[in-house]
Design a protein around this ligand. Structure first.
Ligand code: FNR
Length: 185
C-alpha cells in the first residue's frame, strides 16, 4: 500500500538549510511513499488559551487535518540554544490542543541540520520529550542529525547534494515507512 508523509519545518528563514533538507526528501523516498510539505508555522499566533477559546486559527486547524490524514510526519528543524526553536514549540502547542489530537499514535521521524559538528542532537531529545506527551510513535533509529550542513547543500538551488546524507536520509524514510505499516496493521 502507498503511504503519504508530510514534513513539518522548524525554520522560518528564507535560505534555511533545514528547508533545503525538507525540500529534498520527496526524491529520496521509495516509489510507494509520497512526501509533501505542510504550510508554514510562521503565521500561527503566539499560543494563548483565550485565542483558542475564541476559536482555533484556520491555519492551525488546516495543519491538524493534514497531519491527521497523513501516515507519518517528518519534522525537520534547527537546534536553537540546545533546544527546539520557539516557533516549532508554539506550533506543537497549538496542534496539541486540537481534537482529535493529530499526533496521537502518529509515526514521526526527526531530522535536524546544523552548521555545527553534532547536527542539532540536543534539540532532538527535547522534541522527543514533547512528543511523548502527545503519544506519537517517534522512530528511534536511525537518528538523522546532519552536521556541517553548509557543505552538504547547493547554496543556489538549496538542494541536498551530499551523497552520504542522501543515502542515510533515504534509509530513515524507509524505516519510518516500515514503522507506519506496522502500526497500520
Ligand atoms: C542557533 N544555532 C545553533 N546551532 C546549533 O547547532 N546548536 C544551537 O544550540 C544553536 N543555537 C542557535 C540559536 C539561535 C537563536 C540561532 C538563530 C541559531 C545556529 C543554527 O544551527 C543555524 O543558524 C542554522 O542555519 C539554523 O537552521 P536554518 O534556519 O538554516 O534551517
Amino acid at each position: 500500500t502507498n503511504l503519504s508523509f508530510v514534513t513539518l519545518l522548524g525554520s522560518l528563514r528564507r535560505n534555511s538549510y533545514n528547508a533545503a533538507i525538507a525540500q529534498s526528501l520527496p526524491e529520496l523516498a521509495p516509489d510507494d511513499v509520497s512526501i509533501t510539505p505542510l504550510g508554514s508555522i510562521g503565521d500561527f499566533p503566539h499560543y494563548n488559551q483565550d485565542l483558542q477559546d475564541e476559536g482555533f486559527p484556520p491555519t492551525v486547524l488546516d495543519m491538524a487535518k493534514q497531519i491527521q490524514a497523513a501516515d507519518g510526519v517528518i519534522i525537520v528543524t534547527p537546534e536553537y540554544n540546545y533546544s527546539i526553536p520557539g516557533v516549532l514549540k508554539n506550533a506543537i502547542d497549538w496542534l496539541s490542543r486540537v481534537t482529535p489530537q493529530p499526533f496521537s499514535k502518529k509515526p514521526v521521524a526527526i531530522q535536524t541540520a546544523s552548521p555545527g559538528l553534532i547536527g542539532g542532537a540536543r534539540a532532538q531529545y527535547h522534541l522527543r520529550q514533547s512528543l511523548v506527551f502527545l503519544d506519537a510513535y517517534v522512530l528511534n533509529k536511525p537518528e538523522a542529525m546532519i552536521s556541517q550542513v553548509p557543505s552538504k547543500v547547493d547554496p543556489l538551488t538549496l538542494s541536498l547534494t551530499d551523497a552520504g546524507t542522501r543515502e542515510f536520509l533515504s534509509r530513515q524514510i524507509s524505516a519510518l515507512a516500515e514503522l507506519a505499516r506496522t502500526i497500520k496493521k
